[in-house]
Design a protein around this ligand. Structure first.
Ligand code: AMP
Length: 430
């Protein structure tokens, strides 16, 4: 007699777990497209001498608090917790602070030109194009104050979108002035908004207390008239900051990167001075159409313990950039995971050897399992979307040959010796 509990009790739960709110699984072929995007990015920035850095996904919370207590990212959206050693840790909400912290810790030679790719975490209101775990690719450069460097950084973002095939991206640029200009401008804004503060939304009144600049970032309708009437940063620039901004825009003109000057562009993080910029994908809904942005952050390195070192960089959202690619019908996902599908109707031993031969040669090959019929294996070959099938039956096995069949075009099939197989596959795949 069977002993032990009835089988059904082994089923722990009939509950189907789902990924937490604001996160998602990226399955193939989207995952392949994702990886291709990072590859293209690494090529574009690699061509300008940027080197990859891989910082940890969590840091001491203080690293991110340097981003400014008035930013939503720090104040409301950070995943922070105490670890078992009693440290207060935060999952990174962005990577500039991590890269600059790494710079302060290791002091690499200047200029330090770095790129990164990886996930960030923000406790945001999840919706299309806004996730709690989202991916960014980005660059940071520490050292020079040269406005041509700001233009190089901006242009790399632009060229990257071009390489993806995106045609409806617009670039907005602005200058927030020097740190001193910014202080004066913030006071001008404080006065402007405080006079009419009853007309502001409740949220913006709170923001006004902490940082009047961030009120300009508000998307709330109630705030629009006062924001439209606010003083413009570009009218408050010192001569030095104005010359720097002119250096940036003239360099962009010289390399024909089109931009629009947007005097209200302040961006979400507090550390920016001088240049700020944002890329918007016109093919996406206006609320979520920022695909990337960045700027200069000359004070951040010193805040994180390095000697005073200017910096400039950007972060581009991978999730949203791919949504923009969908909307424009560009940068397609790959159609097939493999080039060749091996169909072995002699029991499977041939497939063991043939798939290995093909893979070792650098082509991608898959096969069917469990000794399926010819018909079932040909179906699996079709499903794989491989361009070619290598077919072995008893006759081929005896003769030391294989059949190479075209699965997608109309070039039919041929029988070749095993020695000719790789060459035949390569020729037909061309
Ligand atoms: P930020 O670090 O906020 O300047 O963001 C830079 C880019 O990252 C944005 O333009 C977005 O494309 C992307 N991004 C920021 N937050 C999110 C999010 N919660 N979900 C998806 N993408 C995001």
């Amino acid at each position: 007699m069977r002993s032990g509990p009835p089988v059904a009790s082994y089923i722990v739960s009939d509950h189907v777990f789902r990924a937490p709110k604001g996160t998602r699984d990226i399955l193939w072929p989207d995952s392949a497209r994702w990886r291709n995007l990072v590859e293209v990015f690494s090529e574009v920035v690699g061509s300008a001498g940027y080197l990859e850095v891989i910082p940890p996904m969590f840091e001491h919370v203080e690293v991110f608090q340097r981003l400014g207590e008035a930013t939503d990212v720090v104040r409301k959206e950070m995943y922070s917790f105490e670890d078992k050693g009693g440290r207060t840790i935060a999952l990174r909400p962005e990577q500039t602070a991590s890269v600059v912290r790494a710079f302060a810790e290791h002091r690499p030679a200047l200029p330090y030109k770095a790129w990164y790719a990886g996930p960030n975490f923000r406790y945001e209101r999840a919706q299309k194009g806004r996730f709690r775990q989202f991916e960014q690719v980005g660059v940071e450069v520490l050292g020079p104050t040269d406005p041509h460097l700001d233009a190089e950084v901006i242009a790399l973002g632009w060229r990257f979108y071009e390489r993806l095939g995106l045609r409806r991206v617009t670039l907005l640029v602005n200058s927030l002035g020097s740190a001193e200009d910014r202080v004066r401008y913030v006071e001008a804004l404080r006065t402007h908004f405080t006079v009419d503060q009853d007309a502001l939304s409740e949220e913006s009144r709170v923001t006004l207390e902490a940082n009047p600049l961030r009120v300009l970032d508000s998307q709330r309708e109630a705030d629009a008239p006062l924001i439209a009437a606010a003083p413009r940063m570009l009218d408050h620039l010192s001569a030095d900051a104005e010359a720097h901004f002119a250096g940036v825009t003239e360099a962009l003109d010289a390399i024909e990167v089109p931009y629009t000057i947007s005097p209200r562009l302040v961006r979400g993080l507090d550390y920016y001075v001088r240049t700020t910029f944002e890329f918007a994908a016109e093919a996406l809904d206006a609320a979520q159409n920022a695909v990337g942005g960045g700027g200069r952050y000359d004070g951040l390195a010193a805040d994180l313990g390095a000697p005073e070192t200017p910096g400039v960089g950007f972060a581009l959202g991978v999730d949203r950039t791919l949504l923009a690619c969908d909307a424009e019908g560009v940068f397609d996902a790959p159609a097939a995971a493999v080039d060749v599908f091996v169909v072995d109707v002699t029991g499977g031993d041939e497939a063991v050897v043939l798939t290995d031969l093909i893979r070792v040669d650098g082509l991608r090959a898959d096969r069917a399992w469990d000794g399926r019929s010819m018909k079932a294996q040909m179906k699996a070959a079709d499903r794989s979307a491989a361009a070619l099938a290598v077919i072995v039956g008893e006759d081929e096995k005896a003769a030391g040959t294989v059949i190479v069949r075209d699965l997608r075009g109309d070039s039919g099939q041929e029988t070749v010796t095993r020695d000719q197989m790789i060459q035949t596959l390569r020729t037909r795949l061309r």
